[in-house]
Structures are given as C-alpha cells and as structure tokens.
Design a protein around this ligand. Structure first.
Ligand code: ATP
Length: 351
C-alpha cells in the first residue's frame, strides 16, 4: 500500500543548525493492516507521516501509495491523489462554525461530489461512527471522543484506501482512547482500510496494531509484527519503551541493591516476557517443580491482539545450577528473559 524509499528530510533551524528529521527511511506498509510508528519525542514520527501524503515534501526519496509515485506529481495531481488518503489529528481540526454533518460533508464538497449524493453519504458515515443523533450539533457541544468520531467520518468520506492517524488518541482519556481504537479496528476490518498511525504510547500499539515500526533520530531501528517486537525487542530503545507498558520496571529500592555476581543464599532477579500459550502456562509452578522458589516482584498480563502477553520481574532462589537450567529451558520455550542481577534475600522480602 505504501512504499517509502530513501526518504530524507532536513530542517534548518533559525540558529543555523540543521536537524535530520528523516535520515534515510525505507519502509513498506502492507495493504489491509494497521501499522503503528512509535518512537521518542523528536524521533521523526510526524515528519514520516507527513511524508506519506507529501504534506511535507521529502528532500530525497520516493513515496509510492497504492502504486502511484506521489513525489513525481504536480500540486493539482497531488491534491487529487490525496483523496485516497484520509487523515485524523490529535486535536481533531474540526470547523467550529459547521455542524457535525457539515464537517463530514466538507471533504465531499471539496472533492466535487454532486449535492444529491452528499446527504446520504454523510448519513451513512455518521451511522458508521455512531453519531447519527449529533448530525445537527456543533463541535463545541461534543466530547473529545465524539469530536474524533467526526474526524474519522470526515476522513472516510471520499472512500480513501489509506488512513493516517496523527496521535489520534493522545488528547483522550483511557476509556475514550479504547473506544476510538476499537472504532479504528472496526473500520480496518469492515472496510479493509489500511491504517498507519503514529503514537508515543506502547499501549496504543498493543491494543490496535498488527505491525510496529520503531523510529529513533530519523531512522528505523526496529520493525515487525507487534507480538514479535513486544516479546523479543532487539533494540535498547524499544526495550525501554516497553518497560512501562509491561509493568516490568525494576523498583528503585531493588535496583539500588543490585549486584552483578551471585551471593550465597541470595536471589537472582529476572525480567521475563512471554506471549500466547507460554504466557498462559503455569510458569511459576514449573519453576517450583524444579526446586526454585519464584517470588513475584512486578508484572502484568494483558491482551495482545487475541493472545495473552505476560511481563514480570521475579526473584528466584535455589540452587544456582538449577536456576541457570530453568532460565535456559524457559528461553527454549520462547520466553524472553533478561537476568537483571542478584540481591540479598532480605532485599526481596523487605518488599
Ligand atoms: N518545521 C520544522 N522546522 C524545524 N525543525 C523541525 C520542523 N519539524 C520538525 N522539526 C524537527 O525535526 C525532528 C523530528 O520532528 P518530528 O515532529 O517529526 O518528531 P516526532 O517524533 O513526531 O516528535 P513528537 O513526538 O515530539 O511530536 C525534531 O528534532 C524537530 O524539532
């Protein structure tokens, strides 16, 4: 659906400094999926999204959407090509002086739709996003979630093939975020629309995306299916990003007492991530059966698509050889395990 090749974008600041917002991006986005682009602030996420519909013209490289090279088009052809690319925004960007129906109709008016066809299309879209009863209301009278539903209906009006979402849930509370992500999922499944979203929240990636692309300093540092990247992150930045989401940040009191070598009668601290069957299996009793006591320090089990995803930190006590062996076996079963270090047992029991 989208093929980016050799994309660079350099900004020149007022102080004469240059910033490589995109420093050589090659990326293929498959048709029909939901791809999340994630990364720290300033990584280049917005620049990348704006390169896809050429709102920001890249300095070098080609942008191919649905088989058309957008970078080679003149402004008028580009304007027409953009009708196959919808976009929704963090702050919704609705026109305050138009009703809900008027906002949704706008993109159809601009696209030159016959007036007689606009009304039924708007009604169909408002029904899709659950806002039929708000058609005559103005944006000021809507909640954030309702405003984003209008934004989605407006983006979908000209029947795009691709939907770009620019931090679409960042201004919303967690429950509304879940509802909007569920709506994006529904649209993706029912209409077969390809979705490309940017976010700085791994929770959004976990809830809605199939594929994830991790950006840092204008480059792609990691990409793949969400379950694979969550379970086996390859890059340190990805790991750091995941810690908060998986509930596996080491408590500071334990971090302060961490040793690199085992001590007599001490505990080995491990961070474990597992997806699917392994996450649902009785991991702790398996350790117990091997003569190892496993004390839970932190952790969370959450849905990742339709599978469970477990992240935990555990303090293991027992025979050092048995612990090594158990870690080896769990890795062989597909668990991602990081040995964080060793602590005296009282550090663990002190909580
Ligand atoms: N118009 C601009 N002029 C100058 N520098 C810019 C401009 N737009 C972006 N940049 C710089 O390019 C880099 C990438 O910015 P971008 O907004 O794409 O990152 P981001 O990952 O979306 O960040 P955030 O999560 O904070 O929105 C940053 O260093 C930013 O300061």
């Amino acid at each position: 659906m989208v093929r980016l090749a050799g994309i660079t974008k350099i900004f020149h600041g007022k102080d004469g400094q240059t910033v490589a917002a995109l420093a050589g991006i090659d990326l293929n986005i498959l048709r029909g999926g939901i791809t999340a682009i994630v990364g720290p602030s300033g990584a280049g996420k917005s620049s990348l999204l704006r390169a896809v519909n050429v709102l920001e013209r890249p300095d070098t490289g080609t942008v191919n959407v649905g088989g058309r090279d957008l970078t080679s088009l003149d402004d008028e052809s580009l304007r027409r090509a953009r009708q196959s690319i919808g976009m929704i925004f963090q702050h919704f960007n609705l026109l305050a002086n138009r009703t809900v129906a008027g906002n949704v109709a706008l993109s159809l008016e601009l696209a030159g739709w016959p007036t007689a066809k606009i009304g039924p299309r708007v009604a169909e879209l408002l029904n899709l996003v659950g806002l039929t009863d708000k058609a005559t209301h103005y944006p000021a009278a809507l909640s954030g979630g309702q405003k984003q539903r209008v934004g989605i209906a407006r983006a979908l009006a000209p029947n795009p093939q691709l939907l770009l979402c620019d931090e679409a849930t960042s201004a919303l509370d967690p429950e509304t975020t879940r509802q909007i992500l569920a709506l994006i999922r529904k649209i993706n499944r029912e209409l077969g629309l390809t979705v490309l979203l940017i976010t700085h929240e791994m929770a959004v990636v976990r809830e809605v995306a199939d594929q994830v692309v991790v950006l840092e300093a204008g480059r792609i540092i990691e990409q793949g299916p969400v379950a694979q990247v969550f379970a086996h992150p390859q890059h340190q930045t990805t790991r750091c990003f995941l810690l908060g989401e998986t509930g596996t940040e080491l408590p500071p009191a334990l971090a302060a007492r961490l040793l690199t070598t085992p001590i007599a009668d001490g505990a080995t601290l491990i961070r474990l991530h597992a997806v699917g069957e392994l996450a649902a299996s009785p991991l702790l009793s398996d350790l117990g059966a091997a003569g190892i006591a496993a004390r839970l320090i932190a952790g969370r089990v959450q849905p990742l698509g339709d599978r469970p995803f477990a992240g935990l930190i555990a303090a293991l006590t027992g025979n050092v050889g048995a612990i090594d062996n158990a870690i080896h076996q769990l890795r062989a079963r597909g668990a991602e395990i990081e040995v964080l270090g060793h602590v005296a047992t009282d550090a663990v029991t002190a909580g």
